[in-house]
Each structure stands twice: as structure tokens, then as C-alpha cells.
Design a protein around this ligand. Sequence first.
Ligand code: PMP
Length: 310
Amino acid sequence: MAGYAFFQNSFVPLSEAKVGIMTHALHYGTACFEGIRGNWNSEEEQIYLFRTREHYERLQKSCHILKIALPYTVDELCDKTVELVSMNGYQEDVYIRPLAYKSSEVIGVRLHNLEDDLLIFVVPFGDYLDVTKGINCCVSSWRRIDDSMIPPRAKITGLYVNSALAKTEAVENGFDEAILLTYDGHVSEGSGENVFLVQDGKLVTPPSSDNILTGITRDTVIRLALEEMGVETVERRIARSELYTADECFLSGTAAHITPVVEIDHRKVGGGVIGKITKELQGLYFDVVRGKKNKYIDWCLPAYKRAPKA
Ligand code: PMP
């Protein structure tokens, strides 16, 4: 049942979706991608795809920067994703990976005069980081790449070497995740997550000009905090030492959901326990992404054609 991909404009068994060894994107990192979660709701026996439209809108922008012509509209991409997830038939949380890439099989570093293609696949996907106990982070010795080098607002595959260096360094040194600083030493983001602090009852998070990916989960957090908890978010530059003195800290991301951080660089954050605001936000967020909050149901695209249970 499981194991279909969308590849070269058709749905094919995953085992048949293969690219050639000369594919441009494989050599030069010339591809843009997204990560979309499908969240299993066991009562409704439904998978809700979370904020699919916003992910494809971001993919369009990434492709615009990388001069990749996306052959489909956002609506078509949403439809194809629903079709693919329902073909695969999973009954658990899934992760959907659309990748738009320079598909020509040629040698030569450039963006122009190359063919483009799009593929999408879906895999079962549980927790990426431990969301229950609170994780340990370090400030990475690797700095976040600047917009003048490779624009981090675009989700470009080549950019992720920066994240991979930071993540592996962190894990090999006994931490769960890395937080990267900008070149001039301000807090930027995690290897695959945005960073939030809680200070005096407000959320604080770096602005998009500090070389972050402007996360869809980040936006979800800002909206839920304000609308459901009356908690405001301040977007401003953050000094490294504020990480140590914050009342609470958490990471946000499609894979990471809302992951509490309880220790940074061997210093306990907020007494080393999951903070009150983080916990409340996390609870709200999990209900929203599983389609359990009617007010936000427009963010949830059902993959299966089933009548919701009354
Ligand atoms: N920053 C980076 C570098 C990421 O890879 C991700 C994951 N896509 C995020 C932030 C969070 O973005 P989102 O909430 O849209 O998944």
C-alpha cells in the first residue's frame, strides 16, 4: 500500500523515482525544498496536513530566488500532495518532502540554462526532537550564513551544509541541538528550528533580518500566543547571553513542533524545567495541528475523504 512518490509529473512507486548521477542539484546544492507535516488524528482516522498552502507559497519564493520554474500553482501542489498522502494510506504522523531541483545532467556551476523538476515523497515521521522532557542546546561554533552569501529565507538544499555542520558538532559534543549566531554574534536560529525566549511574560524571537528561515511554525506560535493566551511577541535582535538568562526557551519547527529547551551551554534555563508558557503553547499547538480546534481548521487539509465523526 505505502510507497508512492510524485516524480517527473506522475505518481510512481517510490522504488522507481530515481535521478541520474549527473543531476545538477546533487553536485551543486541547487534545489529548494519544504517539509510539511501530516498529523494523524486517531478519533477521526484522518491525517491533517498542516498549513500546506503556506509551505508551497514559501517554496515558490525559494524557487524564485534560485531561478527554478515551478511547473505547478500552489493549488495544484496542494491537490497533488493530498492525492499522494491518500495513495500512501498511512495511519500515523507523516512528513512530506517536496523538492524542486535543477534536473539537467550537466557539469557547470550556474543557475541559468538548466531544466527544473519537482518531486514529492512522504514518509512516516514521529518526533524529531524530544518534545516531552526539554532538550540541551549549545551555541554553535559555526555561524549562520548571511543573506549576502546564500539567502537563508530560501530553503535551499546547499544552505543545509551549514545546519549539518552545526547539528553534528552539537550531537558529538553531547548536546541535542545547536543554536547558531549571526556573523556579528546575535542569536539566529537552530539547525532546523526557530528560537523563542520568554522574558517577563512576553515572547522574544529574532527578526527575519537575522538570517533565519521565517518559519511557518514560528508564525503559528506568534498567532496562538496572542490570540489564545494574550501573550505578545517581540521580534528583535537577541544577544547570546540572553539565552542563559531567559525565563523560558523553546524551538519551533515543522519537524521539531514546539520543543522546550531546558539547558544551554551547561546553564539551566528557567531553573531547568519546562516553562509554563511553553507548556501551554505546546498543548494548544498539538490540538491545532491535529485538527482539534475548529477556529484553526482552515490550516488543516484533510488527506482522506472521510466524513468527520460527529
Ligand atoms: N529554520 C530552519 C533552518 C529550518 O530548516 C526550519 C524547518 N523548516 C525552520 C527554521 C522552521 O521552519 P518551519 O516552522 O516553517 O518548519
